[in-house]
Design a protein around this ligand. Structure first.
Ligand code: GRG
Length: 293
């Protein structure tokens, strides 16, 4: 089947089970659950859950055991966007073509919806760990560390600390490896761990994920200056507005585009050293170079 069609079908499948893992909008706290569900439902490419499920399949996983982890990862990703959009951080009113959570529900509910999504991700994963055992615990540990104080939260912290100050490429890589690559790496690693991959195989996937994450972030920087606002669903030039150094400001747009291609090519080359194959996953990683949103 055509790659784009297959991707669309897989995205729809993810949306269906993702919804089933989210909280019902009941009780006196129904508004919190509504804000959480709104944040997830407004869209997104579902890239992280898709990568997690494809890594699971690549290492021989055949059942639905990876679904709670894929759903939890998308909840964690969404919480990070909800909090990143808050007035205290980037203060953005639109994302994925819709009002951001704080713009729709107010700042306090934006904070609580993000908190709720992060915690709910761990509720969903810990339920799965109780039922599934060791590989599920390995997957949860991978996702917890990637999202945590030495992972995504560290990246966001250093990013905020350096906003408005001149940055080196080394510092930018430090930020991007944590803020962006960590969750993408964890998608590959957690999916593979759930299917029983060895620690050596996970370490190859970590390198693949790092390269993919950096390529993804550099492409994000390029789209922020040269993308299409309608396709992106958010205003351009947010990095300039937020006084952020990016690969584009450091090396220029042409070299940045070349770097994206180079990192993606290297990532796929490394993926091919593993004794398993997943052609869809390979195409998915390569398609990030040409993505328009
Ligand atoms: C608040 C702890 C905390 C972290 C926030 C995610 C993040 C860290 C900041 C958002 C800004 C940004 C450029 C993050 C880098 C990762 C990235 C490009 C996220 C967007 O991911 P997509 O394109 O989003 O997969 P969709 O909407 O498709 O899910």
């Amino acid at each position: 089947m055509d790659f784009e069609l297959l991707k669309q079908q897989k995205t729809e499948d993810i949306n269906v089970f993702l919804k089933s893992f989210l909280p019902e909008e009941t009780g006196k706290e129904a508004i919190l659950c509504e804000a959480m569900n709104y944040s997830v439902a407004v869209g997104g490419k579902r890239l992280r859950p898709m990568i997690l499920l494809e890594a699971y399949a690549m290492f021989g996983g055949k059942d639905t055991a990876a679904q709670p982890f894929a759903a939890a990862l998308e909840m964690i990703h969404t919480y990070s966007l909800v909090h990143d959009d808050l007035p205290a951080m980037d203060n953005d009113m639109y994302r994925r073509g819709q009002l951001t959570t704080h713009a729709k529900y107010g700042e306090a509910m934006g904070i609580l919806a993000g908190d709720g999504l992060l915690n709910y991700a761990f509720e969903v994963m810990s339920d799965a760990v109780c039922g599934q055992g060791k590989n599920a615990a390995r997957a949860m540990r991978i996702l917890a560390k990637a999202a945590g104080v030495r992972g995504m939260i560290a990246g966001q912290t250093v990013d905020l600390e350096w906003t408005g100050k001149p940055q080196t490429k080394e510092l930018l890589d430090y930020i991007n490896e944590r803020k962006t690559s960590a969750l993408l790496c964890s998608a590959l690693m957690a999916g593979a761990a759930l299917a029983g991959a060895t620690e050596e195989e996970l370490s190859v996937l970590k390198q693949v994920g790092n390269l993919v994450g950096l390529a993804f972030q550099i492409k994000d920087d390029i789209l922020d200056v040269a993308g299409d606002e309608t396709k992106l669903g958010k205003p351009l030039h947010s990095d300039e507005k937020n006084e952020k150094s990016t690969y584009v400001t450091l090396i220029g747009i042409d070299e940045a585009q070349e770097t994206v291609k180079e990192f993606s090519r290297k990532a796929v080359e490394l993926l091919e050293t593993l004794p398993y194959e997943n052609r869809f996953l390979k195409e998915l990683l390569l398609s990030l170079v040409t993505r328009e949103y």
